[in-house]
Structure formats: C-alpha cells, structure tokens
Design a protein around this ligand. Structure first.
Ligand code: GSH
Length: 234
C-alpha cells in the first residue's frame, strides 16, 4: 500500500491525496511535519508531501508524485493520451505553480507573523501574479474542465494552488486574483463540490489547530533567537 507522508493543512499534500482518492488507490496517511527527521528520511529536502510506494521507493515533489501515480496506476487516467494535449496539461500545472502558487507563498510568512509586507515584495509578487493571470487566461478552457472536456491532473493541481492564492495573495494584497481569470470562480466552485474535495477540506480543517500551534511555536522560537542576537549586539 502507498504511504502518504505529511499533514492535511498542506495544499501540496492535499493535491496528492486528491489524486489517490480519485484513482481509488489504497493508501495510508502518516502525519509528519516539515523539517522533521522522520520526513527527511523519506523526502530529501524535508518537505511535504512525500510518498513511500508499495515497493519501498520514497518520492517527494508533488508534481513528480502525481506523474508517478499516473504512470504506475494508469486506470482512471488523469492525463490525455495525445502527447501534445498531455503537454498542455503539464504546462497549465507548471504555470500555476511558478506564477501563482510560488509568489502567493512569498506572503505566507507575513500572514503568519502579522508583519507588514515590504513594498518591493508586494511589487514583485504582484508582477509575477500578473503574468500567471495572463497565461492562465490564455490556456484555461473551463469547458467544463480547465484543459477542456477531460477532467485532468491540471484540475486537481490548480484547484489546490487556488486555495493558496485566495488565502494569502488575495487577502494580503486586497486583490481578488482569481476573479481576473473569467470562468475560474465557477470552475473552482464546481471543484469544491466534489465528495473528494469535501473530505479533504474536512481533514484540512481538523488539522489546522495543531498546524497553527506549531507555526506559533516556530515564530516564538525565531523571535527568542532574534532577541538574544539583538541583546548581544548592544
Ligand atoms: N515543491 C514542493 C513544495 C512542498 C512544500 O513547500 N511543502 C510545504 C508544506 S505545504 C513544506 O513542507 N514546508 C516545510 C518547509 O519548508 O520546511 C512540492 O511540490 O511538493
């Protein structure tokens, strides 16, 4: 059986979990947080998610895991058979990761610590997001799925990217980023209605208090180190 390592507050974890549930593959969840030794044993950079396959192979990086699952378990396919169409699905996923997910993530430390975002960071994040918006406007079909008639890996991937965009970029920049991509809100709403998405959301909400407590402890630890360093510098 596959083991999925990580925690349910993570959108990267959740997108892999969505793929496993969609393909109806048996798997077990191993609750482990970023940076821990237990995670480092299965994930070279110590990030969530990672999986251990039934054969004992450890894999990390959500998009790599998605592709592995598809190749190893091709039933209930999540990629088109045509190479060009498959590449377009990959292209949508990559653009969503680089130009929507990652810039939005730049803002997470400011949201968690409650500190103001420096103006140059705001400008840079906005600029990268603008490019993502233009690109996804060009590539998205929403007919009804993001890459066209077939429900694909891009639907799952971008749906979980959009949670980070909404919760961090949109809130902190006071800018409804997803509204800039016509059709995205309706598609997002349809995605959120699936039984799988609702199960995952329930698990995410259940994990949030523990996750936020860990975030709080990490911030306190960093503040304590900074206070000692400042005192030593005096
Ligand atoms: N590129 C990685 C990113 C994974 C990632 O950033 N995971 C976060 C949780 S959502 C994490 O493990 N953070 C802990 C850390 O950075 O130490 C992927 O696609 O899997």
């Amino acid at each position: 059986m596959i083991t999925l390592h990580g925690f349910a507050a993570s959108n990267y974890y959740n997108l892999v979990k969505h793929v496993l549930l969609y393909k109806q593959l048996p798997f077990q969840e191993n609750l482990v947080y970023g940076g821990s030794d237990e995670l480092l044993a299965v994930s070279p950079v110590g990030k969530v998610p990672a999986i251990t396959t039934p054969e004992g192979l450890n894999l990390s990086e959500s998009s790599v895991i998605c592709d592995f699952i598809e190749e190893r378990y091709p039933d209930t396919p999540l990629y088109p058979t045509d190479a060009g169409e498959r590449a377009v699905v990959h292209q949508i996923m990559k653009i969503a990761e680089l130009y929507l997910e990652l810039p939005s993530r730049r803002l997470i430390p400011f949201a968690f610590s409650g500190t103001a975002i420096p103006k140059p960071v705001v400008a840079e994040v906005r600029q990268v997001l603008e490019r993502g918006i233009v690109a996804l406007n060009r590539l998205s079909q929403f007919s009804p799925w993001i890459a066209g008639e077939q429900f694909t890996m891009a639907d799952i991937y971008v749906y979980y990217v959009s949670t980070i965009v909404s919760n961090f970029a949109s809130k902190q920049l006071d800018w409804d980023v997803l509204a800039e991509i016509p059709g995205m809100k309706e598609w997002n709403e349809a995605m959120s209605q699936s039984a799988i998405a609702q199960t995952i959301e329930a698990d995410r909400l259940a994990n949030m208090p523990e996750f936020m407590q860990r975030v709080k402890e990490q911030i306190q630890a960093v503040n304590a180190v900074n206070a000692v360093n400042a005192a030593n510098a005096d």
